[in-house]
Design a protein around this ligand. Structure first.
Ligand SMILES: [Zn+2]
Length: 334
């Protein structure tokens, strides 16, 4: 097999990839593998693929452990999506996918099948994920003859390609594990880390009900701790009438509500607006309602005075009266 060159793009990928399928495409326009990785590394293209292959080279643009934007057009309708697959684009610098490019692709596919334990029946076309006519180069006769020949080579069989198109079968389904799932109640709000499949049962073999977008928040009501292990996590929680693997969810941090501020009563606030007041501590007499005002005298604890006005200022209740000198005076209730 040709060596894998890497030019990983920082655009257009999903974090995380649960590799179940290998998807074959062709780029459809005249360009080399290198032309393609350069293009996809150059900016947001609203599309991507893991590998580009031509006659002389293999270039990688998206890491295997991340999802590419290659079959989003299928909306997971057939269970094949951007975060459960590796996408390979065959390139056609001469305008057609050559036998050499096909052979290089075949070798790369076999390498990835072995590496990720993907069986031949999960090596599929873009067509199988969305019904797009891709790789169109393998369907030039409208019967996918070249595709079936490619699959036969992959399986090491020499079979005559069917002359009528076989309706793509539903993706092979492993028999569901017989585990009895033990449900417990659970209600910690979660957010999805990736586009995440909701499945009928807490295992990756059961049917996908829908796919939650990345960043979707939900509050489960149940959890099972003995679901299928996904990246070492066997916990699944329920949502949307199905189950999601908690390997790809994170608890939502709940922001603690600040305790309501107690309404602080100022000392003396309940005193009548005029009357007689006896100080409970040695207290300054001031020229104004505030501790910044001049001290003109002091009442000793137990002394009292008549006041005719109550003022609230600067965090104190001030009792005020006209002194013998004719000046208005202020005494804080402390
Ligand atoms: Zn395609």
């Amino acid at each position: 097999m040709l060596p894998i060159n890497k030019k990983i793009s920082k655009y257009n990928f999903y974090k995380g990839n649960d590799i179940k399928y290998i998807i074959i495409h062709d780029v459809g326009s005249k360009s080399t593998a290198k032309n393609n990785v350069d293009y996809f590394a150059g900016g947001n293209r609203n599309a991507s693929a893991h590998y580009f292959v031509d006659d002389t080279s293999i270039w990688q643009s998206v890491e295997d452990h991340n999802g590419a934007w290659s079959v989003g057009d299928g909306g997971n309708k057939y269970g094949i999506n951007n975060t459960n697959s590796i996408g390979i684009e065959m390139c056609l610098p001469s305008g057609t996918v050559t036998a050499k490019t096909e052979q290089n692709t075949l070798e790369l596919v076999k390498y990835l099948m072995a590496k990720y334990n993907v069986p031949a029946d999960r090596v599929v076309r873009h067509y199988d994920a969305s019904r797009k006519n891709c790789p169109a180069q393998f369907n030039l006769d409208g019967k996918w003859t070249r595709w079936y020949a490619f699959k036969a080579k992959l399986e090491g069989k020499t079979v005559t390609p069917p002359t009528v198109e076989v309706k793509p079968t539903a993706p092979a389904v492993k028999p569901a594990p017989q585990a009895k799932y033990k449900e417990e109640s659970f209600s910690v709000r979660q957010v999805t880390d990736v586009a995440l499949n909701v499945r009928k049962q807490p295992n990756t073999s059961s049917a996908v009900i829908k796919t939650l977008p990345k960043g979707k928040q939900f509050t489960p009501t149940k959890i099972v701790r003995n679901g299928e292990s996904v990246e070492g996590f066997t916990t699944w929680c329920n949502t949307e009438a199905g189950w999601v693997s908690m390997a790809y969810t994170t608890p939502v941090k709940t922001v603690a509500k600040p305790a309501p501020k107690p309404v602080q009563k100022l000392k003396g606030e309940n005193l009548p607006n005029r009357g007689y007041y006896k100080v409970t501590a040695n207290t300054n007499i001031r020229s104004g309602a505030g501790t910044n005002h001049r001290i003109v005298g002091t009442y000793a604890k137990g002394q009292g005075f008549n006041y005719d006005r109550k003022v609230i200022a600067g965090g104190y209740v001030w009792l005020s009266y006209i002194s013998y000198s004719g000046q208005r005076r202020y005494v804080a209730v402390v």
